[in-house]
Each structure stands twice: as C-alpha cells, then as structure tokens.
Write a protein that binds this ligand. Structure first.
Ligand code: TYD
Ligand code: MG
Length: 428
C-alpha cells in the first residue's frame, strides 16, 4: 500500500509538526494546524539519476544576463535589470502603487504575462489607459489557480510574468484559504519551480500586513531571490522603492518616484524635490545623506519648547529617537546648552528615514537653531558624525555629498572640529 506522509502546518506561523494538536507549539495560536501531504520518502529514495557536481569554471552564465526594463529608477534598485529565472517579490502597503509600478515595467518589456488575482481584466485596462500604456504585447489573465497559471506559463513561455498578488493565489490540493501561510508558500514554491526550470523571471506582488492572520511577505523572504519594498505615505506623493534582499545586486540603492495622476514619475533630482517647500526659518537645517551610491540633500527640522510637565518629551520622525537622546546629552554636557527642561521634536522632511550617523551634526544644529530661535544660513549644508566628547568625525563619501551640495548652490562648513566650534561659528 502506498504510504502517505502527512504533516501538520500552522496557518499562522508556518511551523510544521508530525502530530496534530489543538494549539500550535510555536506561536500558541489555537486551532491553526492544517493537514498537508509531506514529501513521499519512498519516492525520494527511488530517484536513480543522482545529480553530479560540475567544475565551477565549466558553468556557463549565458542565461544570467540582466534584462534592463528601461525604467531607470526600477533598474537601479533591482541591480541593473531583471535576471532570467529569478523570483522577485514586490511588497508594500495596499494602495501604495505596486500594480501601477509593475504595469509600467511591463509596458517597457516584450511578451509580458500579467496575472491578476485581485482585479478584473477591465480594471487593469482602465489603469493601463490612465498610464497611457501603448504596448499591445502585454497579455492579461484574471486567474487565481496557481496550477493553471503554471501550466499556461509552461505553454506560452512569456519573457516576464507578474503575479498580482501572491496572497490571492491558491492551489486546490491544499485545504486552506488563499492568503494563508500554507497557500502563499505552496503557490510561491510552485512559481519558483517554473521560474527556475524555464528561465522565466516572475515578479510576485505581496501586501505587507502587520497582523499575522494573513500571510505577509515576510513568509516569502527566504524563498525568493530578491525582495523590494515600495514605501511612502499614502497622503503624499513620494514613493521610495527599496531593496531588502537581492541575490543578484546591491540592496542599498533606492528608487524615487512621485505618484501623479498619470502614474509614477521617476524623480531624477530628488534633492530639489525635498527642498522645494523649504522656508528656512529657525530650526531648519539642510544635510547631505547617502543612499547607496547617491547623495541627497534633505531638510531636517527641529522644534524645542519648554516642558510643561516634569519630564521632557523627545520625539523624532525619520530619525532614531535614541540617537537624538544621545545628541541632546552631548549638547547639554559639552556645549553647555540648557536643554534639560526642553521638549525636542525632530522631523525629516519628505518622509525620509535617516539612519546614518553622518546626519548627527545637522540634527544637533537644528536643535540649537530652534533653541536660540535663530535661523542659520539657508544655503548652508552640514554633515558630520558627532562623538561622545562632542568631536566631529569624518563621514564616508564626503566628496559626493559636497558635490551634490555644490550642484544645488549650497556651501559647507570646513575646519570645524567639535560641536562647540560649530555653535560659536553659527550662532555668536
Ligand atoms: P495601485 O497600483 O493600485 O496600488 P497597489 O497595487 O499597491 O494596491 O495604486 C493605487 C493608488 O494609486 C490609487 O489610490 C490611485 C493611485 N493612482 C494615481 O494616483 N495615479 C495613477 O496613475 C494610478 C494608476 C493610480
Ligand atoms: Mg494592486
């Protein structure tokens, strides 16, 4: 008799176990284990054709030439272009513009199959009209059955497949609902196999979900070749495409777009966009930050206000709150600034997240400027890491930052060694 190997998989966290139980031993969720067919051990042993290793020099990479999509900001982030046979994941909040971005990529490529599990063909056509897509080479399929989709891919062999979204796909061999961990994982595995065997790149769309009941893209991160997030504020037009993992390229590059009435527009001069509405009052300082190989000028704003209750508030949006505490301690201790009874608020304009220490000096100067209620030169760009003794340290790629500052008509400070000097120079 054929022996079936059953495993039980938690729909909440994906944990596998050999026995059913009412509660998942890993995440503690009740009634979340579902029965699945595991690997058949007999079949595995019966496999006769053992794969033999190949000398590394004998491996041809003819198939792994990046195919440029022609959408510059997208190409930069994915590492020059799409690698044949790769499985990519584009994740992001619902409504952020994932479908829009991929339709724009599809327009620039030949023989694309756009599978939509969420929208009807008419809805996609409406979006395409809005984006003024003229490429008649895009084939649209409204389907959610992953087996049917794989069959179609094997038959038609398109040059690129977009699956929008992986959470809408299902495999009828598994009992759980679309969007559950089990379905998402099984569907992604099936598509991965098709991508690898036929050398067809597949882009999956995944909705980022904060709660665990619907499988978020996190489940897929180890399974796909590259993960990209499209971020941004739904109420602002800037969208940032960021690589989180990439087997074929860098992960530190970002792509910047603006969501407009007729689709996403590539922002080629982001510094100008971020500084557009600048007033240049007290508490505002411009800094130069690096994202991958590109420098950006961004404005940092600070506001200080006397604390009403005993304990001062320190809040930062776009900057690390702990780092802010540290900088305030340096300013209090080394520059003798009376910040003990001051609430401090920091805001990075444009929705940017600044993580590098190179922006320390700009944050500190914004605080001092607001505290003294004195604006600093609106054409000054400051950057530098602040150490615990109040010393100012060199930052990586300073030349690129200076060049970008100069391009936009900014000057920078030279010959300053510590925070005290800077304050003297700017505010005395
Ligand atoms: P969409 O690509 O459908 O988001 P996702 O696939 O990530 O859920 O885009 C949704 C939003 O973008 C929608 O609120 C409308 C807006 N939008 C524009 O502003 N301009 C456009 O040209 C398009 C197509 C969409
Ligand atoms: Mg969508």
């Amino acid at each position: 008799m054929k022996q079936i190997n059953l495993v039980y998989v938690c729909e909440n966290c994906g944990e596998e176990s050999s026995k059913w139980s009412g509660r998942c031993s890993n995440c503690g969720q009740w009634n979340s284990l579902v029965e699945m067919r595991g690997l058949n051990k007999k079949n595995k042993a019966a496999r006769g054709d053992l794969a033999s290793p190949i000398s590394i020099n004998a491996i041809g990479i003819g198939n792994f030439i990046n195919i440029s999509t022609g959408l510059g900001e997208f190409d930069r982030v994915i590492g020059g272009g799409i690698v044949p046979g790769s499985l990519l994941l584009l994740a992001g909040d619902p409504g952020i513009g994932k479908s829009t971005l991929l339709l724009m990529v599809a327009e620039r490529m030949k023989e694309v199959l756009y599978v939509s599990g969420e929208e009807s063909c008419e809805q996609i056509k409406l979006r395409a009209d809005r984006l003024k897509v003229k490429n008649g080479d895009i084939k649209v399929l409204a389907e959610t059955n992953v087996n049917y989709i794989c069959e179609l891919i094997s038959k038609d062999k398109p040059a690129l497949v977009v699956v929008d979204s992986i959470q809408a796909m299902y495999d009828e061999n598994f009992p759980s609902t679309p969007g559950s961990i089990v379905q998402v994982r099984e569907c992604a595995l099936k598509l991965q196999r098709v991508a690898k065997t036929l050398h067809i790149p597949i882009v999956l769309v995944g909705h980022a979900t904060k709660d665990g009941s619907v499988a978020g893209p996190r489940t897929l991160e180890h399974l796909v070749d590259a993960v990209f997030y499209l971020e941004g504020d739904r109420f602002k037009e800037t969208r940032i495409l960021r690589g989180i993992k990439n087997r074929f390229g860098p992960t530190d590059e970002i792509g910047i777009f603006a969501m407009e009435g007729s689709g996403l527009k590539e922002i080629l001069n982001p510094s100008e966009l971020f500084l557009e509405e600048r007033v240049g009052s007290s508490g505002s300082v411009v800094t130069a930050t690096m994202e991958g190989s590109r420098p950006f000028l961004v404005e940092i704003q600070a506001l200080t206000a006397t604390t009403v209750f005993g304990y001062p508030r320190r809040t930062a949006s776009g900057f690390d709150a702990n780092r802010l505490q540290l900088l305030l301690a340096v300013l209090t201790n080394k520059a003798k600034l009376q910040l003990q009874n001051q609430d401090v608020y920091i805001n990075v304009v444009g929705g940017f997240q600044l993580k590098e220490p190179a922006v320390d000096l700009a944050v500190a100067m914004a605080v001092v400027s607001s505290f003294h209620n004195k604006a600093i030169d609106s054409k000054l760009c400051v950057f530098g890491e602040i150490g615990l003794s109040g010393e100012i340290r060199n930052v990586p790629q300073a030349d690129k930052r200076k060049k970008e500052a100069k391009r936009l008509g900014f000057t920078e400070m030279t010959h300053v060694r510590n925070v005290h000097d800077v304050i003297n120079l700017l505010f005395k």
